[in-house]
Design a protein around this ligand. Structure first.
Ligand code: PAF
Length: 280
């Protein structure tokens, strides 16, 4: 079945109302398009859990830190619709700006604490933009279940918390990161890498794996960290914004993985910002 493409909130509501009335489970997979296998794994997971599935495609201006980044973000709607064909989903919601932020829109959803670290520091305002649009997408779709990748682990924590804090009756599912064969975490931004940078990009994950093995072998995080930074710099990574060990639940900084922990990284390679995280 080819999913209908819905572009307005009234059309979305008309489609979802009968599903809601029948008590069906409605899954939403929020995306900004440029779909890759990581997104498609979320769609497959949504299909497993839900009676109806909606994929949303909206390049959300409020979560970008620069006009340039927003302008360069890949937009591939026709390809995206084609990639979704085999999943037999119910609808693709592609709202234009005013469907999400109508004139006079004045509300910001802001999650404290979890956003004080990592991308919350390096991308000021980013998580307010994410939290605001995700709240809108949750309420506009009336979904019972939402599917997010662990690739953006901090985002996953933020949206889980906002749904809980705002009593939005939705279950947030976190799904494992999907990687290219060479280990690079799939991301729409990978399309922006030059051929040369694409070859170097998996080194970020390799260094993270090396730290994880080192921790398992009992080495100190500080030593592993400085070796990884040296390797990354010599491979051409210019700005390592963070490479940190943190608790998986509340993102507290750790020296040793004394409780379920993850290693988080953000670094720039040839003008592209890459982020990744792994369980330790
Ligand atoms: O992860 C993304 O693509 C975006 O941050 C999201 C969740 C679709 C909100 O715009």
């Amino acid at each position: 079945m080819i999913a209908s493409i819905l572009r307005t909130l009234p059309d979305l509501r008309a489609a979802t109302r009968p599903w809601q009335m029948s008590g069906a489970r409605i899954g939403v997979v929020p995306t900004m398009g440029a779909l890759h296998d990581g997104h498609l794994s979320l769609v497959a997971e949504a299909k497993k859990h839900c009676d109806h599935v909606i994929v949303t495609i909206f390049v959300n201006p409020k979560q970008f830190n620069s006009e340039e980044d927003l302008k360069n973000y890949p937009r591939t709607e026709n390809d995206d619709a084609r990639k979704l064909e085999r999943f037999d989903i119910d609808a693709i919601y592609v709202p234009d700006g005013p469907q999400i932020y109508p004139d006079g829109f004045a509300t910001t959803v802001s999650v404290a604490g979890l956003t004080d670290v990592m991308d919350g520091v390096h991308r000021p305002g980013h998580f307010d933009g994410v939290a605001t649009v995700v709240t809108k997408l949750f309420t506009q779709t009336s979904a019972t279940d939402a599917f997010f990748g662990e690739k953006d682990f901090q985002q996953l924590q933020v949206v889980t918390r906002l749904a809980r804090d705002l009593d939005i009756p939705i279950t947030v599912h976190g799904c494992p990161t999907i990687r290219e064969i060479d280990g690079l975490a799939m991301s729409s931004r990978n399309l922006l890498l030059s051929d040369r940078a694409r070859v170097k990009a998996p080194i970020l994950f390799e260094e993270m794996e090396r730290i994880s093995e080192g921790l398992r072998a009992g080495h100190a995080f500080a030593d592993l960290h400085s070796a990884a930074v040296t390797h990354l710099k010599s491979a051409g990574f210019t700005d390592i914004e963070y490479l940190e060990l943190r608790a998986a639940d509340d993102l507290t900084l750790l020296d040793v993985p004394s409780r379920p922990a993850r290693l988080f990284a953000a670094a720039w390679l040839a003008g592209v910002r890459l982020i990744d995280n792994i369980a330790v």
